[in-house]
Design a protein around this ligand. Structure first.
Ligand SMILES: N[C@@H](CCC(=O)N[C@@H](CS)C(=O)NCC(=O)O)C(=O)O
Length: 275
């Protein structure tokens, strides 16, 4: 489709989600090419991006661009009518650039320490240890290899820190039709009123499934999980909370089973699925 549309090279659970969201928001035609991790796929992808990094975007004229911040900034400037960034040259645009660079150079890089821990540690044992240390970090949002990645676009699935933010986003984004909070709860630190989940949870009206651990030390049952559940503005018939005898991580199989049942209940069974 070169010459007529963008081509986004993507991977589930990777940084290609941001440009994909932007392309959707802009409503411009684009082709998605999913890149796996097999040597053959990576080898052929190197023809587009020699570093084989996701995301990569091929522009309609065939130019290949990598680096998430560059891709996002370019898309906002190439499609000003979509009004997704402040006017170029304005002070607001300078602050926009500040955040774009901070997010890609710092936050994104931090997440990579989890996914490629072995590159940041000298021995494999310390790499494994490093992975355990960052559990509970933003890597849980859209985590790979779980039902999070396969959620339809009008459902929202978040875990841990995302579970906490999951009480904020559906309050302000009503295109989200249902929510799964995998170990969600109220953050116990004091927050400014404009960022405090307490002020958002009552405005959540979509169906919410909350899956929690009884012994969770991040989001304690009585002081964090249950208050969030009570505060949700969702009608009682459309919210459900299951508490497992676990810690911060709930049993994976139960999580998948309950999540898929919740999706089927509110979005209907998957159409055209093959066994
Ligand atoms: N600084 C780059 C980071 C891109 C990146 O490292 N992407 C990961 C996936 S989220 C990747 O493709 N890693 C493959 C590898 O490092 O081998 C950006 O902002 O786009």
């Amino acid at each position: 489709m070169t010459g007529t549309a963008y081509t986004l090279y993507a991977r589930a659970g990777a940084g290609s989600l941001a440009p994909q969201i932007l392309l959707e928001e802009i409503s411009v035609p684009y082709q998605l090419v999913w890149i796996g991790r097999s040597p053959a796929e990576l080898e052929s992808f190197r023809r587009i991006n020699p570093e084989a990094k996701i995301p990569s975007l091929v522009l309609p004229d065939g130019t290949a661009v990598s680096e998430s911040a560059a891709i996002l900034i370019h898309l906002t400037q190439a499609h000003p009518a979509a009004d997704l960034a402040p006017a170029v040259g304005s002070s607001a645009h300078a602050r926009f650039l500040q955040w774009m660079v901070f997010l890609s150079a710092n936050v994104y890089e931090t997440a990579l320490r989890y996914h490629y821990a072995e590159r940041y540690a000298s021995a494999s044992s310390s790499a494994a240890e490093r992975k355990r240390c960052v559990q509970g970090s933003p890597r849980h949002v859209g985590e790979g290899s779980g039902p999070h990645d396969r959620l339809p676009r009008d459902a929202q699935g978040h875990a841990s820190w995302g579970g906490s933010l999951g009480s904020v986003m559906p309050a302000v984004e009503k295109r989200i039709r249902l929510v799964v909070l995998n170990v969600g709860g109220l953050w116990l630190d004091p927050a400014l009123p404009e960022a405090d989940e307490i002020n958002y949870a009552p405005r959540v009206t979509q169906p919410v499934l909350m899956l929690n651990g009884e012994h969770d030390n991040y989001f304690p049952l009585e002081t964090s999980q249950k208050p969030l559940y009570r505060l949700l503005g969702t009608p009682p018939a459309d919210k459900k909370m299951i508490v497992y005898p676990s810690g911060h991580i709930v049993p994976r199989v139960d999580f998948m089973k309950e999540t898929l049942a919740w999706l089927d209940k509110y979005l209907g069974p998957v159409q055209g699925a093959t066994q």
